[in-house]
Design a protein around this ligand. Structure first.
Ligand SMILES: Nc1ncnc2c1ncn2[C@@H]1O[C@H](COP(=O)(O)OP(=O)(O)O)[C@@H](O)[C@H]1O
Ligand SMILES: CC(=O)OP(=O)(O)O
Ligand SMILES: [Mg+2]
Length: 406
């Protein structure tokens, strides 16, 4: 009789508001079998990019993909074409990034109806993300009802924040009634990157204080003290904090009253303005840092001002988290902008020599997918580029949980 192969594969789905990133990994040795991305879901110009790493095959399709359900079915089809379909007995589980887990979920969780209801209840505080996460889960359940599906929450790493950082200065009775507090997001990335930064320094995470700057389309900073998050820049929702691709980040809350009372805008219009039409996009019409740098190189003043506002906010958070931590061993740049945009790193650290911070221009110009130091050898505080890997972290946590349940 042929020996049955152990189920060691995990499919990870990272469903964003208009995209799905996915990876299929074999967790017996943490190797990637396939990776891909579906972008611009819901538009006429959707695009699926799929790479099978066992064959080296790369396939791209363009054309409308109506919603996340259709996107996931297209992903399942691509995996099948490589003989890696969802029907494989080697698939052990599907791991899902879920952005908002409230205070209820502090650990990766096997999804049942109760968990689904709770994720649904949190939609008002993660309107761009939780609905997409739910569709991903429901479609995956329909494709493989027998498989464990695991939710890994963006908020989980931040549940260690002290009340002084997690509470807003409003009446606690009102805050508690509506569960208003600072939850923080991108936690899977902040956890992974802070650990990898400690490893780069040759230290245990419990020995170092790290400021992590996760700069993607959404962006957030966190202060990690000896492996535990003590503050982060996103709050009740992923709108607070840094200037982002399309989100304003911090502003005086009175701006909202003013737009409603004086500007005559509805709450939904203000919500859309601040979440989807602000940030870099709102300031200069582009949310991609590559395009903004290209325009600056051509002398575009609007793009230059957008860049300066982005950097000013970033620098303020570096200073704030330096003060929160008291002592800092490293600052780590990560995600699309943090890993690729050397001018952002240079500008964010410029002028901070008094805090022991500097960037070496030659080291900063190196392009590499590996964790690396960009501070001069003599610097008191390490400045590093540490690529994030939310999908590997989700797969690791999913496999650990499913393994435990076997
Ligand atoms: N080579 C690059 N130079 C500068 N910025 C880049 C580069 N590559 C990607 N980016 C930036 O990274 C962003 C995407 O980051 P990512 O972490 O993938 O975001 P998300 O997960 O929110 O989609 C892009 O919008 C772009 O601004
Ligand atoms: C929480 C959040 O902002 O996520 P993303 O960066 O994927 O939009
Ligand atoms: Mg991201």
């Amino acid at each position: 009789m042929a020996a049955t192969r152990a189920a060691t594969r995990v499919l990870v789905l990272n469903s964003g508001s208009s995209s799905v990133k996915y990876q299929l990994l074999d967790m017996s040795d943490a190797t990637r079998l396939a990776v891909g991305l579906v972008e611009r879901i819901g538009e006429q110009t959707s695009r699926l990019k799929h790479t099978c790493l066992t064959t080296g095959d790369l396939r791209e399709h363009s054309g409308p993909i109506a919603d996340h359900d259709a996107a996931l079915k297209a992903v399942a089809e691509e995996l099948s074409r490589d003989g890696l379909g969802l029907d494989s007995p080697e698939l052990a589980a599907i791991g899902h990034r879920v952005v908002h887990g409230g205070l209820f979920f502090t650990e990766p969780t096997v999804i049942d109806d109760e968990v689904l209801n709770e994720i649904e209840r949190l939609i008002p505080v993660a309107p761009l993300h939780n609905p997409a996460n739910l569709t991903g889960i429901r479609t995956a359940q329909a494709l493989r009802p027998d498989l464990p599906q695991v939710a890994v929450f963006d908020t989980a790493f931040h549940t260690t924040m002290p009340e002084s950082a997690a509470r807003y200065a409003i009446d606690p009775k009102i805050a508690d009634r509506h569960r208003i507090r600072r939850y923080g997001f991108h936690g899977t990335s902040h956890a992974y990157v802070s650990r990898e930064t400690a490893r780069l320094l040759g230290k245990d995470p419990s020995e170092v204080n790290v400021i992590v700057l996760h700069l993607g389309n959404g962006a957030s900073a966190s202060a990690v003290e000896r492996g535990r998050c003590v503050d982060t820049s996103m709050g009740l929702t992923p709108l607070e904090g840094l200037v982002m691709g399309t989100r304003s980040g911090d502003l005086d809350p009175a701006v909202i009253f003013h737009l409603a009372r004086v500007g005559g805008m509805s709450m939904d219009e203000i919500d859309t303005l601040l979440n989807k039409r602000s940030g870099l996009f709102g300031l200069c019409g582009d949310n991609d840092m590559r395009e903004i740098r290209r325009r600056i190189d051509e002398g575009d003043e609007e793009a230059a001002l957008a860049f300066d506002i982005y950097i000013h906010r970033l620098k303020k958070y570096i200073g704030a988290y330096y003060a929160v931590l008291g002592e800092v061993d490293a600052i780590a740049f990560t995600a699309g902008v943090g890993e690729n945009a050397a001018p952002v790193r240079e500008a964010a650290i410029a002028g901070l020599a008094g805090l022991g911070l500097a960037v070496d221009p030659v080291r900063n110009a190196v392009r590499s997918g590996a964790p690396r130091l960009i501070s001069p050898g003599s610097a008191r505080v390490a400045v590093a580029v540490v690529p994030t890997d939310e999908e590997l972290e989700i797969a690791t946590q999913t496999y650990a949980l499913v393994g435990k349940n076997d």
